[in-house]
Design a protein around this ligand. Sequence first.
Ligand code: B12
Ligand code: SF4
Length: 444
Amino acid sequence: MKIGFLALSGIRAHDPELLELGLTLPGFVERSKAIASLPSLGLLYLAACTPEGHELQYFEAESDGSEPPEVYECDLVAIGTFSAQIFEAYAIADRLREAGVRVAMGGLHVSVLPAEAAAHADYVVVGEGEHTWPAVVAAAARGEMGRTFRASDYPHVVAEDLPVPRYDLLGDRPYNRFTVQTSRGCPWRCDFCGSNVMLGQPYRIRPVAHVVRDIEAILAVRAHAFIEFADDNTFVDKRWGRELCAALKPLGIKWFTETDLSVANDPLLLDLMRESGCRQVLIGLESPASGPLQGIEMRRNFKARVAEHYTESLRRIQAYGVTVNGCFILGLDGHTASIFEEVLEFARAVPLYDVQITVLTAFPGTPLYSRLLAEGRVLEPGRWDLCTLFDVNYRPSDMSPRELQEGIYWLTERLYGDECTTFRRQGFFSNLRRQRRRRPHAAA
Ligand code: B12
Ligand code: SF4
């Protein structure tokens, strides 16, 4: 069979005022450009798990929701899904099926709502795809239709067995960054988390040698590629993290990852991160003060417990020359209209090199979604296209939806404007210079 892997990349947001603001603000535009064209690692894994004897091709649908015409030449097309683009994905799947192409859908959104997806796909996959995908291909080859495959009916995906994603299928499309996974899952359970809660798999780290092997496969197709680790939370296991960074050092790459704040407590790890090319870590702080954080991490209340150390921990990480992109969720229960100024002050006081602000978003399948729905606070239930992290689709506890939206415009303009961006970044560099004078051997 001719099998196509169709990714819907790019970023999504609907609020026209925010879009207009975003287009003109330097800090906002930079991050959007960096991530707008990441390839789909999930589909590259599926390609690597496809049984021999099929012809494989990787495609990208454009952010206007249009699919390339060549995808219609396939016998079977695999589509990966996130909630924000699900209606575009369903529309493409409908067009493909009308043209006689069989369609398989998997990924975060359809893993939670397989029945919804079954109206648009011949095969729906719930959970990780490495072991289910060969069964989908076999069913398609036999001409069997209308099936849902669940990862839980197959052996667990073992981190040690993950193959090299088929980066070689990416062709010449100008990707800014390439993704690699060093681990899967996260030991924490934040009630809003749209990635971890869904697949329900344990936290797994990969053998360091395999991560290096995957990066070398990327460098073989794109020399000097910037690497983005598509992990939920990379440095949960510090000993393994140090081993990983030591092994990355000889590769001479630059990389970015998502982690929690606990890296601040491991100076050796921070040294190794910097030396191995870590340019930035993205950390979910969610709120500058601990009050609204109470209970949002449901396992050990991790986020509320570490909040009092935010400033010193962030300064410590940045003192090693690793920039932090601190992420805040606006509109958590307990956030009043003062939160916008609090976030602005906090970002300047650290100062954070980069900041990401998003709206509290109830992704389907999360405890947050069930709670807000039960409390009658979801404004338009089923509007998955509003799950962009930028559009308000719920009633905050201590503000009106409009106040939240306007507060975000206010904060966006200030945080990402020239003055604040320059202030935060100059602050980062002058702290770093001061640190180097004090500890010349570190932060080299
Ligand atoms: C890289 C990334 C991106 C890339 C994605 C590139 C791409 N086309 O895949 C870019 C930058 C484009 C992106 C954009 C967005 N993202 Co994003 N992104 C991530 C990130 C960091 C990693 C995803 C990843 O690579 N995972 C690793 C792979 C291996 O896992 P996977 O994709 O789930 O695939 C596995 C299974 O799901 C399954 N599978 C997947 N597809 C298919 C298909 C078939 C047929 C089968 C059988 C199986 C299968 O098998 C795979 C292997 O096991 C996650 C956070 C995280 N740490 O997970 C957020 C995340 C996925 N993003 C998120 C969001 C909200 C967005 C945006 C809406 C942001 C915005 N406002 O624009 C957009 C969505 C736009 C769009 N086009 O859909 C949310 C999604 C939540 C949800 N339920 O939808 C996440 C979880 C972040 C978060 N915690 O909030 N993102
Ligand atoms: S720490 Fe991050 S990845 Fe882990 S559950 Fe919370 S939001 Fe999700």
